[in-house]
Design a protein around this ligand. Structure first.
Ligand code: ATP
Ligand code: MG
Length: 601
């Protein structure tokens, strides 16, 4: 491609809309253009990158026996009503764009395709003989994200590969899941990315497991906890660990103490000269279910620990049935204004005890009349502990479960694992923290959708059974930008060769010099003919500008037809290492061809 024929527009200044390096660079280098919040045009250079990433994804998927298809982005509400997801996806904080057509029928723009694929499976899969089956597609998804940001990282329209597999049983699912684990690892490796596969939260769906593929980068929205022995890695949302050992309580008898101004754990520890491991902290949450019912939740946890809100959310989703609800729609720590909406009198904030009276909840048909009391495992075996007294300015010490306070009704793991904790599989291993960008997610779904939508098959014994499902997603556009986030310098992007829009760029420093032009034209033609994807920078610009642009757009190899032409040589520069060498013209093609081949592995 000749630069003079391209949409070649670069910016010197950093665009104000961008916060992270990859977003700034893709805008500056003319790869993408913002059209609306979270909506971007993929310009020709970007589209080449996206096609390369898609092709790698496609090859790895096809190698496992999965088949490509293309499903509609326009999806009828009825399918989502069958699965029970229409309301949660379109109302409150739901992320599905929805519209009404001219016949007053409701439609959603596909954020994901479980419903559509399950409807197809229901119609077309009859017998165990057709199983297992795995279909995938690569297309734009639509999600009305609450906080679209960082360019392609969190868009409202973005490209995803999503695949769905169907099985007779969990064992067959597990096999495909493992194939996907390998395929995803291959995709990341072939795209030239440093990544880590981590245990992930499976949400309320449960299922027997899911893993995320995290691209390691400081700008990542996710925190990953891992051990150096390589045996454990998990998203912090899902991570488990051993808490610090508790210290023995200095209090031996039950007493109520005047402790003014000790609303925080740090201040009460200081005043009572005790350890946070001797305190039972009681945290108030407010859950809202799909029926509109608010349930107030009191979580008791050891003072030095924090609540993992994802674990809490999962537990509250599981408990939905207790409140005649189907799903949890919101979970928050109620602020003063929220509290006023349901409380009968001001709460003793900072001094709440595990037995805070249900009388604080004013009678209201939209609010459950009793606190749901949960206790984290870390707080169960505390003895002679310190906790609130339900009276502002006072704590109690020397308290025990079963004596002053009844043990809360549900004992569960709700604590947040943190870096520095000991690992469960080997306490000598300490959890380390890293930031990651979730680029892929593989998931053993089980029968959630097939059961809800009546997608069954007939097994060998002639019985009708629900299809067992898996689903697997890669964010193609997010992955492409993540590659930049992992690989750039002060001058611009450094694309991994496998997904660079072009492999090489031939720069003519002075286009008025016929000799330079002729040599460059020949190299440009020869390289392209040999399969080395090459740009010719034939613009009427100063050499310095062209070099800067070549660096900015991040093409792996630059060839300059400059001064040493008289000796039959050109300059060849590798973008990543900045290594520059004079090379005989006839060596350029074989050398670069070989470099590209080596990089593509
Ligand atoms: P996140 O937790 O980041 O919101 P998710 O868990 O909702 O993502 P999935 O439904 O698992 O995402 O989608 C599969 C993949 O699609 C993700 O791993 C990610 O790479 C990509 N993806 C999801 N949402 C977006 C988005 N808004 N913009 C770009 N890519 C996205
Ligand atoms: Mg996910």
């Amino acid at each position: 491609m000749r630069a003079t024929d391209m949409l070649f527009v670069t910016l010197r200044e950093n665009p104000a809309e961008a916060e992270i390096p990859s977003h700034k660079l893709l805008l500056r280098a003319g790869y993408i253009r913002r059209i609306a919040s979270g909506v971007y045009a993929y310009l020709p250079l970007m589209w080449r990158v996206l096609k390369k990433v898609s092709q790698i994804v496609r090859e790895e998927m096809d190698a496992t026996g999965a088949q490509e298809c293309l499903l509609p982005q326009i999806q009828p509400a009825e399918l989502w009503q069958e699965s029970g997801r229409w309301d949660t996806y379109t109302k409150t904080e739901g992320i599905m764009f929805s519209l009404t057509d001219r016949q007053e029928r409701e439609i959603g723009l596909g954020p994901t395709h479980e419903e559509v694929i399950t409807a197809i499976a229901r119609d077309m899969i009859r017998s165990y003989r057709q199983l297992p089956l795995h279909l995938y597609q690569i297309q734009s998804k639509f999600r009305d994200e609450i906080r679209p940001r960082f360019g392609l990282m969190r868009g409202r329209e973005f490209i995803m590969k999503d695949g769905y597999s169907f099985h007779t049983d969990a064992e067959s699912l597990k096999k495909t899941y493992q194939d996907m684990y390998r395929a995803y690892s291959n995709i990341m490796r072939r795209c030239g990315l440093a990544f880590r596969a981590v245990d992930a939260d499976s949400g309320a769906i449960g299922g027997s497991g899911s893993q995320e593929f995290m691209i390691l980068a400081e700008a990542g929205e996710d925190e990953v906890l891992y051990t150096e022995d390589g045996k454990y890695a998990a998203n912090v949302e899902k991570a488990v660990s051993l808490p610090e050992e508790k210290q023995l309580s200095p209090f031996s008898s039950y007493e109520k103490l005047d402790t003014p101004g000790t609303e925080t754990i740090a201040t009460i520890c200081q005043l009572l000269k005790c350890s946070a491991t001797q305190i039972v902290k009681n945290v108030l949450y407010q859950a809202v279910y799909d029926t509109g019912l608010t349930v107030l939740v009191l979580v008791s946890i050891r003072g030095d620990q924090d609540v993992n809100e994802v674990k809490l959310q999962n537990e509250l989703s599981r408990l939905a049935g207790n409140y005649e609800a189907k799903t949890l729609v919101a979970l928050s720590v109620p602020d003063a204004q929220e509290q006023k909406k349901w409380s009968s009198s001001p709460l003793p904030l900072g001094y709440i005890a595990p037995d805070l009276s249900d009388r604080y909840i004013a009678s209201n048909p939209k609010v459950h009349s009793k606190f749901l009391r949960l206790i984290d495992k870390t707080a169960v075996d505390l003895q002679n502990f310190v906790t609130g007294s339900n009276e502002s300015g006072y704590h109690v010490v020397g308290a025990n479960w079963g004596e002053q306070f009844p043990l809360p009704e549900l004992v569960i793991d709700l604590r947040k694992a943190t870096a520095g904790d000991r690992a469960v599989h080997d306490p000598s291993q300490i959890l380390q923290s890293a930031r990651g960008i979730e680029a892929g997610h593989i998931f053993q779904l089980g029968t959630k959708y097939s059961q809800a939508m009546g997608a069954t098959y007939t097994n060998e014994a002639g019985e009708e059974k629900p299809l067992v499902m898996g689903c697997y997603g890669v964010g193609v556009s997010r992955l492409a930008q993540s590659a930049v986030e992992q690989s750039y310098d002060k001058d611009g992007i450094i694309w991994p060769v496998a997904i660079a829009p072009y492999h090489a760029i031939v720069v003519i420093p002075n286009i008025n010099d016929q000799e330079q032009v002729a040599a460059a034209e020949k190299l440009y033609n020869d390289l392209n003919q040999a399969g080395v994807e090459t740009i010719l920078d034939d613009r009427k610009e100063r050499a310095g500008v062209k070099f800067k642009d070549a660096d900015l757009i991040g093409i792996p190899y630059r060839i300059v037809t400059g001064r040493s032409l008289k000796d039959g040589k050109v300059e060849v520069v590798e973008r990543a290492s900045r290594n520059s060498q004079e090379m005989a013209i006839e060596d350029v093609l074989p050398t670069i061809k070989q470099w590209v081949q080596a990089a593509l592995g």
